[in-house]
Design a protein around this ligand. Structure first.
Ligand SMILES: *Cc1c(COP(=O)(O)O)cnc(C)c1O
Length: 401
């Protein structure tokens, strides 16, 4: 079918790229050893510190998020090291598998894919480890496969409570720039992220924000590495440069995306995502469908995963929505394949974008013959009216005549 108008990319990453970012990238490639490049380099390194909320270095790799995971592992851990991870969903499982391939011994706290990493369970396990055999705690902040956000601040508090020296490695691939996250305040040792979700950029950049403790661990660990080596990066980074050809045009986009996030204000960005998520849940609940996340304290601000009623296939439903209304919804991954669809509401997304997306879902439910109660979009509108940008700064509050 030939569609008119813009495709609705409502998957939880890659997220839609704002026109302003696209225009900023529409530039000639420049000499990456020039003074002009160094200006761009310094600007993005400094800007990233604001977004990660850290005074320490943020390393930018030309890579996917998976590459940034690998960088975190090979710089801080040694073969045979023991680490503690939590099965929050598909992405936590993939990271676990990667660590195992690097010869890391992973203890994986089992999960039901409907809850975040439990700070109490981590605390209890670390309390037993009086010999400090566990070298790192590795968690996914926003589990994109389930729409559950773990409480990283509480996990840090749990680690401090038992005085355990393990490193804290956090995947913020789908949360950074959309959900409140504080690298320094939460004493995270490596924050892993990438470009195509909250940063509103095309895929292609991977990030590691690193603590002093992580950098010290990198100096003594035994893992072989070359491309991912932090110190090889940090030397030229100090002058605004990279050790090899960087993804120049993505860096132009990054500089613009950071400017957009800071102009809106991080607090307002986080409040906007919470407001969008509450409206999405209001619609889902009204339809009589179930949100996958079971703990209201862990609802994801960036996506909502929805359980299909028994006997209805989520992928068939997504196909109907794509073919009829030119909208991509996220699929269910591995354990929840066919059972779940995901509505992304991150990055370049506002009230009307979300209402458009929810309209597509509601029309799709009808077209696919999925039992539901009509009126979910109205419920979302009501949610917006009730939560009138309560957390937004004064100049962003709704103006009434
Ligand atoms: C998207 C995602 C990844 C994988 O990122 P890629 O860029 O596809 O390698 C890892 N973790 C989380 C939480 C994600 O959302």
């Amino acid at each position: 079918m030939q569609h008119q108008g813009r495709h609705f990319l409502q998957i939880p990453g890659p997220s839609p790229v704002p026109d302003r970012v696209l225009r900023a990238m529409d530039m000639p490639v420049i000499d990456h050893r020039s003074a002009q490049f160094a200006e761009l380099g310094h600007a993005v390194f400094k800007g990233c510190q604001k977004i990660f909320q850290t005074a320490g270095p943020v390393i930018i790799f030309p890579s996917s998020g998976t590459g940034a995971w690998e960088a975190a592992i090979v710089n801080t851990l040694s073969p045979g090291d023991k680490v503690l991870m939590v099965e929050t969903g598909h992405f936590a499982t993939l990271w676990r598998n990667m660590a195992a391939r690097w010869g890391i011994e992973v203890e994986f706290i089992p999960g039901d894919w409907r809850h975040g990493a439990d700070p109490a369970a981590i605390e209890a396990r670390l309390a037993q480890d009086s010999a400090h055999a566990i070298k790192a705690v590795m968690v996914v902040h926003n589990e994109t496969s389930t729409g559950v956000t773990s409480r990283v601040g509480d996990i840090r508090a749990a680690m401090d409570k038992v005085g355990h020296p393990a490193l804290l490695l956090v995947d913020t691939i789908s949360s950074l720039g959309s959900v409140d996250y504080r690298h320094d305040e939460w004493k995270v040792d490596v924050t892993v992220s990438c470009s195509q979700k909250g940063f509103m950029l095309p895929p292609g950049l991977g990030f590691n924000a690193i603590s002093e403790k992580a950098r010290a661990a990198a100096k003594t660990n035994k893992m072989p590495r070359s491309y991912w080596d932090w110190e090889e990066m940090l030397k030229p980074n100090a002058g605004g440069f990279f050790p090899y050809t960087p993804a120049t045009n993505l860096l132009y986009g990054l500089r613009e995306a950071i400017a957009m996030l800071l102009e809106e204000g991080l607090e307002a960005v986080f409040a906007r995502h919470k407001r969008l998520a509450a409206a999405a849940r209001a619609a889902v609940t009204h339809w009589g469908l179930e949100v996958l996340c079971l703990d209201p304290a862990e609802y994801s601000p960036v996506l909502t995963a929805v359980l299909m009623p028994p006997g209805h296939d989520a992928d068939q439903f997504r196909k109907v929505v794509l073919e009829n209304y030119n909208m991509s919804l996220g699929s269910g991954l591995s354990k929840v394949a066919g059972k779940v669809f995901r509505i992304g509401h991150l990055g370049e997304c506002n009230e009307l974008t979300l209402l458009g997306a929810l309209s597509g879902v509601e029309m799709g439910l009808a077209a696919a013959g999925v039992p539901h109660r009509a009126g979910g979009v109205d419920a979302a509108i009501k949610s917006f009216e009730e939560r009138t940008q309560a957390n937004a700064p004064a100049h962003l509050k709704i103006v009434k005549p």
